[in-house]
Write a protein that binds this ligand. Structure first.
Ligand SMILES: C[S@@+](CC[C@H](N)C(=O)[O-])C[C@H]1O[C@@H](n2cnc3c(N)ncnc32)[C@H](O)[C@@H]1O
Length: 273
């Protein structure tokens, strides 16, 4: 997962801080523990990330999607950046799994702007992958910027669900979680600024170790004429996994690690009988 892109757990709706509020300082100091929801981030997600993410998804997944002959599974579709790339590159059905309502709203807005022929090929699943019951449907599964933020039990359940959803010989591609934790708090980058009319939208991203996980905090800002109009924050936890453990977990779910098409991806295949 890239240092500045949003992870997969689902954070709190009420961490918006307006500078005009007398309680701003108190709210800024609130506990930033994630609750999973993307209720803050969904507003900013496409504006700050979609173009970069689209290019990344094209480089990582488009070639494999052109080879899909049955269906493609998009695990954690989010606002649909990768979903759209998969639809454009393939001619097969795409299963877009997205449990967070805020992200799903953006996903459906994106689908609304596609041609009817592409929209007809998408099935949106509004629950976590392990709850979809998808069985032997896809010859390609992608999980873009998702795996790092699944807690270990959910991650293991997700491997099993991917394995079940893949046809024999089917391929899984994903960007791997970080192998370990940083030593301390670090600035992980800035998204934007992107101009919308008179306003500049941006986000600062920090990462710090927190009780064995990586806590990533996004602080979004909207500025006009160098004045801060509003600021909103959302935190996500990410679970590091060393590569050997990843391979073991995939193996336990019936997926064999194979050579990946790029150095920033892991590939695993459900063996053909
Ligand atoms: C950081 S976003 C990435 C979205 C998109 N794949 C992209 O690259 O822009 C991760 C998404 O995974 C979803 N997610 C979290 N847990 C999930 C699960 N168990 N099954 C499927 N999706 C999940 C989240 O709701 C979130 O929208």
């Amino acid at each position: 997962m890239s240092a500045t892109s949003l992870p997969a757990s689902i954070p709190a709706p009420s961490r918006t801080r307006r500078t005009s509020s007398p309680y701003a300082a108190e709210r800024a100091a609130v506990d930033d523990s994630p609750d999973g929801g993307y209720a803050v981030s969904a507003e900013f997600y496409d504006l700050l990330q979609a173009e970069t993410d689209r290019r990344l998804a094209e480089r990582r997944f488009a070639a494999a999607a052109t080879r899909a002959r049955h269906a493609v599974l998009d695990v954690g579709a989010g606002t649909g950046t990768a979903t759209e790339v998969l639809l454009r590159a393939s001619g097969v059905p795409v299963h877009a799994v997205e449990p967070a309502p805020a992200m799903r709203a953006a996903l459906l807005s994106r689908l609304a702007h596609l041609g009817a022929d592409q929209r007809a090929r998408v099935t949106v699943h509004p629950e976590p992958l392990a709850a979809t019951g998808l069985t032997a449907v896809a010859d390609l599964a992608v999980a873009s910027n998702v795996i790092a933020c699944l807690d270990p039990p959910t991650r293991r359940a997700t491997w099993k669900a991917i394995s079940a959803a893949l046809l024999p010989g089917g391929l899984l591609l994903f960007d791997p979680p970080p192998a370990g934790l940083p030593d301390g708090c670090e600035a992980a980058g800035r998204l934007g600024p992107v101009r919308v009319g008179p306003d500049l939208y941006s986000a600062d991203v920090t990462r710090r170790p927190h009780r064995g996980v990586l806590r990533v905090v996004f602080t979004y800002r909207v500025e006009r004429a160098q004045e801060l109009l509003r600021e909103a924050r959302e935190a996500f936890d990410m679970w590091p996994v060393p590569p050997e453990q990843l391979a073991e977990e995939l193996d336990a779910a019936g997926l064999r690690v194979v050579r990946a098409p790029g150095s920033d991806l892991v590939a695993a295949r459900r063996p053909a009988p």
